[in-house]
Write a protein that binds this ligand. Structure first.
Ligand SMILES: [Zn+2]
Length: 106
């Protein structure tokens, strides 16, 4: 079962990420919870496709306050690698380095 908007695999209600690695929670109307929430706010498009400038600003703000994986998830990315590739495309190698350095310390 995949989300009709972002095409990510969804896990059944009450299932945990440990049971279904790499899945997102089921939302409504064939959408994952992220896309359903996004739709409820009146924003179209798949969850996790934020304006890169917004993502850069949020990472700059959140860095050091949470685990890098959690920061990625809070910004709608399933994995840290997805977030760092966005930062790399924005030429923010400094943020990538700070994120990955934090991870090594954790
Ligand atoms: Zn989705």
């Amino acid at each position: 079962m995949t989300c009709v908007v972002c095409d990510r695999a969804m896990r059944p209600k009450r299932a945990t990420p440990a049971d279904y690695p790499g899945t997102v929670p089921l939302g409504h109307h064939g959408m994952c919870s992220g896309c359903a929430r996004r739709r409820a706010r009146g924003v179209s498009g798949p969850a996790g496709t934020y304006d890169p400038a917004y993502v850069v600003g949020e990472v700059d703000h959140l860095i050091g306050t949470d685990e890098p994986d959690n920061i990625a998830r809070r910004l709608g990315y399933g994995h840290l690698d997805s977030l760092t590739s966005v930062l790399t495309r924005q030429h923010r190698h400094d943020l990538v380095e700070r994120l990955t350095r934090t991870e090594q310390l954790a």
